[in-house]
Ligand binder design. Structure first.
Ligand SMILES: Nc1ncnc2c1ncn2[C@@H]1O[C@H](COP(=O)(O)OP(=O)(O)OP(=O)(O)O)[C@@H](O)[C@H]1O
Ligand SMILES: [Mg+2]
Length: 245
């Protein structure tokens, strides 16, 4: 049996009276690309935030490589090997691309270091299309996504959490991005990705969980998920799901 790199057990996250994540349990295997899908407001980002230390769950546990990491802060988890991107891309706009990536490597390392060569290697690996001394504030949305990914890789993580990285890409850009995520996995990094873009999810994920109103309603391979009645209902509404059968 393959190793479990990340596990959540009955995680609950509330915002006041709203239960954004309800008893979600999942197991992610080392080396896989794991998808989280669900309608808007389903709790996908909140679940990832509860895993990466941005939020502290009210109930349940999170395990990373067998260690109970529940309630540990995001900076601690980053050093332990959990890297992530954010749904709203957030660079340091007055710094260069290279400086932005170096910030990732400084945060991620137990011994802070100003590692120019490593930052260049990572930008090269993601195929960053512009000179490394370009000011980040001048990048377009797609270039920012590549920078965001490079910064996450610079933290030296073993688990990469992606929140809607494929949103807004053209079909050509999407194909390139899919290849890049596969190369990241081939580098030995486990990937958990939240995504609305179905081509992305269906092409690269080995397994998927589906959230709806904070609850996990389905889990399986892409083929199993597209044929799941509860999933169709969550996306299309009950009446239309019956028509679609
Ligand atoms: N910081 C917050 N304070 C209060 N409510 C929040 C907060 N963050 C999220 N929520 C609520 O929790 C629920 C889950 O939100 P979340 O952002 O996790 O959904 P999502 O599945 O990521 O949606 P989307 O696909 O739109 O990104 C929503 O009802 C949302 O309004
Ligand atoms: Mg979200």
């Amino acid at each position: 049996m393959s190793n479990i790199i990340l596990e959540t057990k009955d995680v609950v996250k509330k915002f006041g009276g709203l239960i954004a994540v309800k008893n979600v349990s999942m197991q992610v295997k080392e080396g896989e690309i794991f998808g989280i899908i669900g309608p808007n407001g389903a709790g996908k980002t909140t679940l990832l935030n509860s895993v990466s230390g941005v939020y502290k769950p009210e109930e349940g546990q999170v395990f990373f490589k067998g260690e109970n990491i529940t309630n540990q802060g995001a900076h601690v988890l980053c050093r332990k090997g959990i890297a992530r991107t954010y749904q709203i891309v957030n660079s340091f706009p007055r710094m260069t691309v290279l400086e932005n990536v170096k910030i990732g490597s400084i945060f991620g390392s137990a011994i802070p270091q100003d590692d120019d060569a490593k930052a260049r290697e990572i930008l090269d690996f993601v195929g960053f299309p512009l000179p490394v001394d370009t000011i980040a504030g001048n990048l377009n949305t797609v270039q920012l996504k590549y920078l965001e990914l490079a910064r996450a890789l610079a933290t030296n993580g073993e688990l990469l959490l992606l929140d809607e990285v494929a949103a807004g890409l053209t079909p050509g850009e999407l194909t390139e991005f899919i290849e890049l995520i596969k190369r990241i996995r081939d580098r030995g990094i486990t990937v958990i990705t939240i995504e609305h873009v179905m081509k992305f999810i269906m092409t690269i994920c080995e397994r998927i969980i589906v959230l709806n109103y904070g609850e996990k309603i389905a889990e399986g391979t892409p083929e199993e998920i597209v044929n799941d009645k509860l999933v169709l209902e969550a996306y299309l509404g009950k009446e239309h799901a019956v028509e679609a059968e």
